[in-house]
Ligand binder design. Structure first.
Ligand code: PHE
Ligand code: ZN
Length: 850
């Protein structure tokens, strides 16, 4: 009953629902091929909306029976649901439908994974479970009865009663249908409790299959840390008797914040020392916190419509970033977040997929769970906080929770809370939500008679559908330093609102050195770079750790760009001296030093070249970066072995920031050592590792120098029964492959008997790794493009969501030479021409080709 021609939906067309839901009673009689879903829904007319025809969404449902107030009715089925004549007064709708969870490969609605039933309803999956007004501004109180022989039966809210083969749940908090969840399976729980600040005891469970029970402890600790943090930082306590998390192997995204029953991709919750890297631990902690924080920002206050997605996602990402920063240190976290913005969001914003943080139209909402909505959305919250200050932010958030609890809100509501709580006029700031693209700042300064003037201009390049851009309200954090590195002006928030503006600072003894956009205070590109000498000074002296790192980064990028333009050579002495000084400065956090040691990515360099009007050659970029690594290893060969030894940890393993930083720096040095020692150090680390961070890094280093074959085979033997580790095994052989081998390696791995490609994590571990290896993927003969296209065409009929997300791997399209562009277009057209291509993938391919 679907496959109606996909339609574009516009924010401007929003209409309040004609009918509201009071309560929902659902009964599930679970069976793989024929699950029966009985619904009893109390509707009432929306007093605030003109009367509309009664319409319920429904997809892939077999309607068995329907009634209104107990009288059987025969609704008219449409392509996307049903309509029915109803009274002009409150009434009770009842329906029985049949669905087949075992055949559901889309992983949306009710589906099966490893013999277990689970659901995914965001954004529009509930309509695949029963007929319903499946839109977030319709909120109801749910009672759910599950009938199944499986031992563990879970739904939202609190358990009410259970018996042999059944269980009942009740969720007292009204919620939109996208937060509905159900799980049934043969599961065991890692259990704990938490006492809230208002002294209620909450049962906490992480539900997994029995063999995974030894991977739950870290996630449980993370959950409790998140619960305390939200109480202490936002004054928000949990609001049910139980909080359940379930790990599922087949999942399109990271995790889902269903009320009281979060469902997680197993890669985003399971972790232990032997199988998880430090990055995995950090990701698990952040995602658990993120989903937990949604309980207030997303669930108690939800979105009026899907155009407002950033209302919950931008804010919740901002909250999880603050949490991670508070726990592990803000300096390093800020650099990591800025890298995501620069490497991924700026790229999205510079290409055909660019869209505003709050889009104004879409075909398939699933295609808008993007780094722009999430990460740029979080940056907008951070800017608001910088503009109104910490106290103003807290007052605005208190007002937001107070005013909108239990509602489905909009960005207008959100901004009004800031204005009402602080008196700030945010009319211009709102453009950040509506205008796509990355602003570019150009900066000029002068000094005369003790007065320092800073002239800043802003410009946002055109993006698809938005040729003209207006100036934005940009917080630019500035510090001024004297020539000893002392602050003559501590961090000050300048507010740039005009297309260009001058800021002056009087009574200065000498020309100061500016440190601009401290802490990455806005998601913009500072296009004018200060002289190299000034940047070297900032790398050595800036009191703002972000700008200190950024100065080094910018020097490294310019050095690499110069070498690319002259097709190779040795890095200059200035760069090597700065690196040496930073690496050996034991006063600096090892994690910070590891970030300084990291070269700008190949994508970063390609974007920089393209922005300068040049055509990047992915192979040449790879080669030059590799040259630099080799020269660096040689130039620093006197300090590397000692530094490597210093980073080896004697105390017991802990997945904390301190040890993680040491391992990160140790592994960065291992890569350099491997350039010269034939892999001896890496082989020793591989053989002796007692944790995945070191084992995997050693394998990577060996693969990188072409000596990883034995280690890879041993790694497979050791981990063949662990699907999460096996994903790493697939991925690293591709990311670490030489450019000319990456495509063949990927193709070979797709023929491996463990390549269970219907599992999204496994599919991504190969195809995602390939498109993340620019020099490999952009092989001149187009073999990389063809391989990815073949597999996307194969996956699309089963799982359009994951397919559509991965089509974005072709996003770099415009950057490269005409031959490559033509090859990419050919593959995109081949995908577009595929019979029966999903609307999801069609929308993405169309946008990429436009
Ligand atoms: N809402 C989820 C989150 O960000 C993401 C998600 C979207 C998961 C759609 C599944 C489907 O926390
Ligand atoms: Zn989220």
């Amino acid at each position: 009953m679907k496959d109606a021609a996909p339609q574009t939906i516009y924010l401007a067309d929003y209409m309040a629902p004609g009918w509201l839901v009071e309560s929902v009673h659902l009964t599930f009689r679970l069976a793989p091929q024929a699950t029966r879903v009985l619904s009893r829904i109390a509707f009432r007319p929306n007093p605030d909306s003109p009367r509309q025809p009664f319409f319920l969404h429904g997809e892939d449902l077999r309607l068995i029976a329907a009634s209104i107030d107990g009288t059987p009715v025969t609704p008219q089925l449409t392509a996307t649901g049903l309509t029915c004549d109803v009274p002009d007064a409150p009434f009770v709708w009842e329906a029985e439908v049949e669905i087949a969870p075992a055949d559901n490969t889309v992983l949306e609605g009710l589906y099966m994974s490893n013999g277990m039933y689970c659901t995914q309803c965001e954004a529009e999956g509930f309509r695949k479970i029963t007929y319903y007004p499946d839109r977030p501004d319709v909120m109801g109180v749910y009672t759910v009865r599950i009938e199944s022989d499986l031992p563990v039966l879970l739904s939202n809210g609190n358990p009410v009663a259970s018996g042999d083969g059944w269980a009942e749940w009740h969720d007292p908090w009204p919620k939109p249908s996208y937060l509905f969840a159900l799980v049934a399976g043969d599961l065991v729980a890692h259990h704990d409790t938490f006492t809230t600040m208002d002294d209620r005891t909450v049962d906490l469970n992480i539900w997994v299959r029995a063999p995974d029970l030894d991977k739950c402890g870290f996630g449980m600790g993370a959950l409790k840390r998140a619960m305390i943090w939200d109480e202490q930082t936002y004054g928000r306590a949990y609001d049910l008797d139980v909080f359940n998390i379930v790990a599922v192997d087949d999942f399109n995204m990271g995790a889902m914040e269903n009320k009281g029953l979060n469902i997680f991709n197993s890669s985003a919750v399971l972790a232990n020392q032997a199988t998880s890297t430090d990055a995995d631990f950090q990701r698990v902690e952040a995602i658990i916190a993120h989903e937990y924080f949604h309980n207030w920002t997303g669930n108690r206050i939800t979105c009026r419509d899907w155009f407002q997605l950033c209302l919950k996602e931008g804010l919740t990402v901002f909250r999880d970033q603050s949490f991670t920063g508070d726990l592990h240190g803000h300096a390093v976290k800020r650099i990591e977040d800025a890298l995501v913005m620069r490497n991924r969001q700026f790229q999205e914003d510079a290409g055909p997929l660019s869209h505003p943080v709050r889009p104004d139209s879409f075909v398939e909402i699933n295609n808008f769970y993007t780094v722009t909505v999430y990460e740029k959305g979080a940056e907008l919250v951070g800017m608001l906080k910088r503009l109104v200050g910490d106290d103003g932010y807290r007052a605005a958030l208190d007002l937001y929770f107070d005013r909108h609890d239990g509602q489905a809100a909009t960005i207008e509501d959100w901004l009004a809370c800031f204005t009402d709580a602080t008196g700030r006029d945010l009319t211009q700031f709102k453009r950040w939500y509506e205008q796509a693209g990355t602003p570019r700042l150009t900066v000029r300064d002068d000094f005369k008679d003790g007065t320092y003037s800073l002239h800043i201009a802003q410009e946002t390049p055109p993006t698809p559908g938005q040729p003209e851009k207006l100036p934005l309200h940009i917080p630019v954090a500035l510090g001024l330093l004297d020539d000893t590195g002392a602050e003559v002006l501590p961090t000050t928030m300048l507010e740039l609102t005009g297309a260009s503006q001058t800021f002056t600072f009087d009574n200065l003894a000498a020309r100061p050195i500016p440190s601009i956009l401290r802490g990455f205070s806005a998601p913009v590109i500072v296009a004018s770079t200060p002289p190299a000498g000034e940047r070297a000074f900032l790398l050595a002296h800036d009191t703002d750790p972000f700008n200190r790192w950024d100065a080094g980064r910018s020097l490294a990028r310019d050095m690499l760009l110069d070498l690319i333009r002259q097709d190779g050579g040795a890095p200059d002495a200035g760069y090597l001296d700065g690196l040496r000084a930073t690496l050996t400065d034991s006063g600096l956090d090892p994690a910070f030093r590891a970030l300084v040691a990291q070269l700008p990515s190949e994508t970063d360099l390609a974007i920089a070249l393209a922005a300068a009007g040049e055509t990047p050659d992915p192979l040449q970029i790879h080669r030059v970066r590799q040259d630099v690594r080799r020269h660096t290893a040689e130039a620093l060969s006197d300090i590397l072995p000692r530094l490597y030894a210093d980073m080896q940890i004697q105390s017991p393993f802990a997945p904390d920031a301190l040890q993680g930083g040491q391992r990160a720096l140790g592994n960065a040095i291992l890569m350099l050592l491997s350039e010269r020692d034939g892999g001896a150090a890496a082989q020793a680390q591989f053989d002796g590792a007692d944790n995945m961070t070191q084992q995997l890094a050693a394998l990577g280093a060996l693969l990188h120098i072409g000596k990883g074959e034995d280690a890879a085979a041993r790694f497979h033997d050791q981990w063949q029964d662990d699907r999460l580790v096996l994903n790493k095994w697939f991925g690293i052989q591709i990311t670490m492959a030489a450019p000319e081998e990456a495509v063949d390696t990927a193709a070979r791995l797709t023929r491996h008997s463990d390549f269970l490609w219907k599992n999204p994590n496994r599919f991504r571990s190969v195809m995602g790794a390939l498109s993340a290896h620019p020099a490999g993927f952009h092989r001149a003969d187009g073999a990389g493009y063809a391989l990815l296209a073949d597999w996307l065409i194969r996956l699309d009929p089963l799982n359009p969501q994951t397919t559509a997300r991965m089509v974005a791997g072709f996003d770099g399209l415009r950057r490269y030479d005409a031959d490559r562009q033509a090859l990419i277009r050919r593959e995109l057209r081949r995908i577009a021409d595929t019979q029966g291509l999903s609307p999801d993938t069609t929308e993405m391919v169309t946008r990429l080709l436009q």
